[in-house]
Write a protein that binds this ligand. Structure first.
Ligand SMILES: Cc1cc2nc3c(=O)[nH]c(=O)nc-3n(C[C@H](O)[C@H](O)[C@H](O)COP(=O)(O)O)c2cc1C
Length: 202
């Protein structure tokens, strides 16, 4: 039971921490990053396709990422929907976090595994990373702007046509004076239905 309590605590304390409250200058130790990836690598995977791939942007590479995001947003947004504030945010966010990880799905070559299951496995891997980060007090944010699902982004990341980028995972310590965010959920009872056949089987 003590182990369950600590797992529950980590799960419920996992929070989305936005880049705006991260300190870009506080380094994330390499051992911690490696631990995040090791835990990601233990996600469940149908057929052992292990479709999660991570591309880490650090240092000046974050600037290249920011420029690419802005270029894609400008090129893929209809005139009426274009927002200057969104463009600015895409250019700023990667520089506010010390690390930005492109969350990628590499489609396996087993056609019996549906692509949705590959995506689901990647999401499990990200959750493992996010829980590990939270347990260490490290902030993380899964961002998924629609421009990630473009040929331009795939090319930038060296992905094939059948692969995809599912998000950008921002990592960083909270700036001094910032607090760990709070969140809430609707009661789980509203989302669970028990189906019990009367008298069946006994
Ligand atoms: C697949 C996925 C994509 C997400 N994309 C975004 C996003 O693009 N922008 C955003 O503000 N939050 C995004 N989030 C984070 C949610 O906003 C966040 O999980 C939610 O607000 C609940 O907060 P919590 O994670 O602290 O519990 C995403 C989360 C998931 C799982």
């Amino acid at each position: 039971m003590p182990e369950i309590l600590s797992v529950s605590k980590i799960i419920r304390n996992r929070r989305t921490v936005k880049p705006a409250v991260m300190d870009p200058h506080l380094e994330v130790p390499r051992e911690l990053i490696d631990e995040l990836f090791e835990n990601a690598n233990w996600a469940p995977t149908h057929g052992f396709t292990e479709p999660w791939r991570f591309k880490v942007f650090a240092g000046d590479a974050r600037r290249e990422l920011a420029l690419k995001l802005q270029e894609l947003y400008t090129g893929h947004t209809a005139e009426g929907e274009f927002r200057e504030d969104k463009l600015k945010k895409l250019g700023r966010n990667p520089l506010l976090a010390p690390l930005v990880i492109a969350i990628c799905m590499r489609r396996g070559d087993n056609p019996k595994i549906p692509v949705t299951e590959e995506v689901e496995a990647v999401a499990c891997a990200v959750q493992n990373m996010h829980l590990t980060a939270s347990a260490a007090g490290l902030g993380a944010f899964w961002s998924s702007p629609p421009i990630l699902d473009t040929g331009g982004m795939r090319d930038f990341l060296g992905l094939r046509e059948m692969d995809c980028c599912l998000g950008l995972f921002y990592l960083g310590w909270l700036k001094e004076g910032e607090n760990w965010p709070v969140s809430s959920r609707q009661p789980v009872e509203e989302k669970v239905e028990w189906i019990v056949a009367d008298g069946a089987g006994d």
